[in-house]
Design a protein around this ligand. Sequence first.
Ligand code: 2BA
Length: 103
Amino acid sequence: MMKLIMAIVNKDDSRKTMPALTAEGFSVTRLATTGGFLMDANVTLLIGVEEEKVDDVFAILEKTCKKRTQLVSNSFYGTSFPVEVTVGGATVFVLPVERFEHL
Ligand code: 2BA
């Protein structure tokens, strides 16, 4: 059964993640995305893999995507001073794939 891994990662980390994935034979598509909370650019990677390879992809993501802290001055928190939020390493969704074809 094939799975689609959607991984939202930091732009800088993606420069390590993508070559690490391709070096291991995984196909990957990079989408330029924006986080809804920080409104900062991030990257969403689409990786289609057989189910038994999902853990191998997770291992690469864990190795190449680092947690960061970022200061947010946001009225959302009801404060006038910046608040620190932790971002990443990677936010990962694993979806079932109904059909996969190269046409
Ligand atoms: P952003 O939406 O810009 O969120 C950046 C970081 O801000 C989040 O890090 C989290 O620590 C914090 N944050 C987000 N929404 C918040 C809220 N309503 N209240 C307080 N703090 C909040 P991560 O959780 O590591 O997420 C990194 C990026 O991954 C997000 O960027 C977003 O682009 C994506 N993401 C995270 N969870 C998602 C989800 N459930 N669905 C879709 N995308 C998600």
